[in-house]
Ligand binder design. Structure first.
Ligand code: UDP
Length: 413
């Protein structure tokens, strides 16, 4: 057995790993291609970094391709992202032209690989037109949507639906995100990898060093949000909540840690808004981190007394999973994938406003035992539901269903 799979056995048990091997056996040698639009930054890149190598380990011929574009392309796709999550956005004809042209250019280099593949997973709207640009494809194509598309801005969805409807299947993270489409739709929530630098155990002195590097006092309470600087993550709402809680807990410290994603052009503007909102408060730390700061984020999540993810829309929220795996209760926005993870009053609290977040922060910080108990529940909830072994099992099952046809039986010896 491969070294990595053997290591997962210690965390999830031998049966789980052996089940994965059985599911993967009939798919051995199959050509699988994943396509998205960034190799660093954001949840999709995080997932593909772990999922693709594991598929290879399980015997599949899996690879990951990334499309690239110019700034008008990313402006357009960020506009799509905002629109799919419910904001009324104007997408100009020039933006649509850049979107289609970028996909045409990327198709020139990817066409051979994509047309040869047995299964292609296209992640999110950015590369969605590739299907129409590969007319002699031989495999099945799946659109994997990571976004909260439960209440999309209709004109934009109407346009994107034309590209998406032609796929053989689609995958959403939650039932409430699924849209009427003329093909089978599957639900697979994402997951984290417990063995990566982002999630592995860290020595205490490394955690203390990271606190020291950023001027965080380990003797005082600290709350944290890790996110791209994106308005849907409501970083300014987090600062408001921190200010309200600080009136009652004067020693409170806030860390807002984030970086950009190469396919997200709005990060700088939002970062400026966040810095302005934080002002010159020495206890409000706004950290701009490089894309490979996984150990640093891990250390900050471990150093925090609790973690916030006060999103206004959230496809899933890997940052929530990461914090819960580190036994931290999460105060999360009552939306999308956060609802799947934060079981209100058990693994954390769901909140709708900065006031609500401040109240829950005060409540949790007032009682260490309560935090520890909730944190333990949070970790077990992730172990049961949101580790990559479950994610991989569901992917393999869907792959078998798509390749063989849903009417065929899946035999697991
Ligand atoms: N992340 C990171 N650096 C940052 C901000 C985020 O490595 O500066 C990671 C974070 O730890 C998580 C992922 O990016 O693994 C974000 O995924 P999530 O689902 O929370 O949000 P998305 O960015 O996909 O909307």
């Amino acid at each position: 057995m491969s070294a990595t799979l053997a290591r997962y056995q210690d965390i999830v048990g031998a049966d789980v790993v052996s089940h994965l091997r059985q599911l993967a056996a009939p798919l051995a040698g199959m050509k699988v291609v994943h396509v998205n639009s960034t190799r660093t930054g954001g949840g999709v890149a995080e997932i593909l970094h772990m999922l693709v190598p594991l598929k290879v380990e399980l015997g599949l011929d899996a690879r990951w391709e990334v499309i690239t574009g110019d700034s008008l392309f990313y402006q357009c796709t960020k506009g799509f992202h905002n629109a799919l999550q419910g904001t009324a956005v104007e997408i100009t004809p020039a933006m649509i032209a850049a979107y289609e042209e970028t996909n045409r250019k990327n198709a020139e280099t990817l066409r051979e690989v994509l047309q040869e593949a047995d299964l292609v997973f296209i992640h999110d709207p950015q590369p969605a037109p590739l299907l129409g640009l590969c007319p002699t494809r031989r495999g099945k194509w799946v659109w994997r949507c990571h976004i909260d598309v439960s209440h999309p801005f209709r004109p934009v969805w109407k346009y994107l639906r034309r590209h998406v409807a032609a796929y053989d299947a689609s995958i959403f993270s939650l039932a409430s995100f699924a849209q009427p489409l003329p093909h089978p739709e599957y639900l697979i929530p994402p997951s984290i990898d417990p063995l990566t630098e982002k999630n592995m155990d860290l020595p205490e002195d490394e955690i203390r060093q990271v606190e020291e590097r950023f001027g965080i006092d380990p003797e005082r309470p600290m709350i944290l949000q890790v996110s791209r600087f994106d308005r849907f993550k409501d970083p300014v709402g987090v600062i408001q909540a921190y200010r309200m809680a600080k009136r009652y807990i004067p020693r409170l410290q806030l860390v807002l840690a984030g970086g950009g994603a190469s396919d997200d052009p709005e990060g700088e503007v939002v970062l400026a808004e966040v810095r302005a909102a934080a002002g010159d408060d020495p206890d409000a730390h706004v950290l701009l981190l490089p894309p490979d700061a996984h150990r640093t984020i891990n250390a900050l999540q471990r150093a925090a007394d609790l973690v916030l993810q006060k999103s206004l829309r959230e496809g899933f929220g890997l940052t929530v999973t990461e914090a819960m795996w580190k036994s931290k209760p999460v105060v999360g926005g009552n939306t999308g994938g956060i609802r799947l993870q934060v079981v209100n009053h058990h693994t954390g609290f769901l909140v709708n406003t900065p006031e609500g977040a401040a109240q829950r922060v005060r409540y949790l910080l007032s009682d260490r035992d309560r935090r520890v108990k909730m944190g333990e529940k949070a970790r077990e909830f992730v172990r049961e539901n949101f580790l990559l072994t479950r994610h991989l099992r569901e992917y393999l099952t869907v792959m078998l269903a798509i390749v063989r046809g849903v009417d065929d039986r899946i035999e697991v010896a």
